[in-house]
Ligand binder design. Structure first.
Ligand SMILES: Cc1cc2nc3c(=O)[nH]c(=O)nc-3n(C[C@H](O)[C@H](O)[C@H](O)COP(=O)(O)OP(=O)(O)OC[C@H]3O[C@@H](n4cnc5c(N)ncnc54)[C@H](O)[C@@H]3O)c2cc1C
Length: 431
């Protein structure tokens, strides 16, 4: 009998196990730990499911992640590619890069904003009220429609409400040609010196095992049975018992093992999320320059972001000097995009990379593609109500939830670890 059984060996499950001082087991379905934070390899270059950079407003977590493993500290160099021009991210801090008519539209509507006094009740209102019509219509609205594959007027403000209003003087200065940085907490980030983001997850696994915790891979949980004093967890090949059950697996996977009441099942059915294609293109050379991430709001380009992995350090550059680019394409399950074959996604990605001027097709030497089912939670207008209902039900039957798709929130790894630290502290205290 373990004290805690933790379902899922992503960063949530492994960090939690490493922080707990109670005897625990992590049970992971895949043959390797990591979940969404796993890394893969193409011709010696490690890549993640969308480059996973290490940054945080939480100093405790940032210190932990930047010292647990060897990292490169890198200055942000991200650009928005708009009507063929490179505009430094964030958009509102580099308005002079736009053509004069677009620049003046953005500035004037920001300074004299009729939407300012409407408190944001949805994401679109929030953008209009905070940034004005110009910045919203030219960039924020099309880019967000593209990444979410959902209309921002049907999304709530949980994700965006912490975005500060840009200072008036900064926006005026940016229109006059003085580029400022914006969002300081992401200005510098860390990235593992080698091995991709997987290195951080592996470090948590090693920490958990050094603390005496068990980690089982290739063990998909197939059945859960509630006992008087805990739970039995059955995988295809083994059975474990634990007093406390903690789930870090996607909520939709957990509910395949439960029989909830109708209103909870209905709330679950209403949760929306996006999947993602990660398309890796290696080429002899590119035309991106020394930038890391390029955001592309155009609706007729398949991907929303392209990252150049060479920027992450020496360990991510091909020996012959070529480049490794990663394009990200989100799609809702059962939508039109979900029906595309992987070879079509690769082909359209190469065509669009050429169309926006990032590469010449003749320089492509190799490609890879991965499809990840649970990538982004969609904060539709009913999201909070439905998630609260589901989590309350789970708490009621004695299952604690922690992690991105277990709590069904947009949590980056730093926020996930903030929550596992807090959960571990409360469980350790209760011991
Ligand atoms: C495109 C993209 C880019 C991102 N970029 C960043 C970034 O730059 N920085 C950052 O900090 N974060 C980033 N993130 C977020 C980060 O990936 C997540 O916060 C983190 O990986 C979530 O970890 P988790 O453990 O909560 O969930 P997951 O990683 O989803 O882990 C859940 C685990 O449960 C397992 N599982 C599922 N079903 C079962 C079952 N029946 N039995 C046993 N195990 C099961 C899965 O195999 C998986 O390993 C990004 C995410 C995406 C999609």
């Amino acid at each position: 009998m373990y004290d805690c059984a933790i379902l899922g060996g992503g960063i949530a499950g492994l960090s939690l196990a490493s922080f707990l001082d109670r005897r625990s087991i992590v049970i992971e379905a895949q043959d390797r730990v990591g979940g969404l934070s796993r890394s893969y390899r193409l011709n010696g270059i490690d890549y993640d499911i969308g480059p996973h950079v290490i940054f945080s407003k939480n100093q405790e977590v940032l210190d932990l992640h930047s010292t647990m493993i060897e990292t490169n500290r890198i200055k942000r160099s991200n650009q928005i590619v708009f009507k063929g021009r490179y505009v430094k991210y964030p958009f509102e801090n580099d308005l002079s890069a736009l053509d004069p008519a677009d620049r003046d539209y953005c500035l004037q509507e920001f300074l004299h904003n009729p939407y300012e006094r409407f408190s944001g009740t949805n994401m679109l209102h929030f953008f209009l009220g905070t940034f004005g019509e110009g910045i919203t219509r030219l960039y924020l609205q099309p880019y967000n429609e593209k990444i979410w594959k959902f209309d921002p007027s049907c999304m709530d403000t949980q994700m965006v409400e912490r975005i500060p209003k840009p200072p008036r003087d900064d926006v005026i200065a940016s229109a006059n040609g003085t580029v400022t940085e914006g969002y300081q907490h992401q200005l510098y980030y860390h990235y593992p010196a080698k091995g991709g983001f997987q290195t951080l997850v592996d470090a948590y696994k090693a920490r958990a095992e050094a603390a005496g915790q068990d980690v089982r891979t290739s063990s998909p949980v197939r059945r859960l049975t509630r006992l008087a004093d805990g739970w039995t967890i059955e995988t295809g090949t083994a059975e474990f018992q634990a007093r406390q059950l903690i789930s870090s697996i996607p909520i939709h996977e957990l509910f395949k093992l439960l029989t909830p009441p109708a209103e909870v099942a209905q709330a679950l059915q209403r949760l929306l999320y996006n999947s993602i294609y990660i398309v890796v293109i290696q080429c002899r050379k590119d035309k991106i320059g020394d930038h890391f991430a390029l955001y592309v709001p155009d609706s007729d380009v398949l991907f929303h972001r392209v990252s150049k992995l060479n920027h992450l350090g020496e360990g991510y550059s091909l020996p012959d000097g070529g480049s490794t680019l990663m394009a990200e394409v989100t799609f809702r399950p059962n939508s039109y995009l979900s029906t595309l074959r992987e070879c079509e996604v690769i082909e359209r990605t190469i065509a669009d990379l050429e169309k926006v001027g990032f590469i010449d097709r003749v320089d492509v030497v190799d490609t890879a593609i991965r499809r990840e089912r649970y990538a982004y939670v969609i904060y539709d207008l009913d999201h909070r109500r439905n998630v609260d209902k589901i989590l309350a039900y789970l708490e009621g039957i004695g299952i604690k939830s922690v992690g991105r798709f277990a709590e069904f929130e947009y949590l980056n790894t730093d926020a996930v670890v903030e929550r596992t630290l807090s959960l571990a502290r409360s469980l350790n205290c209760a011991h």
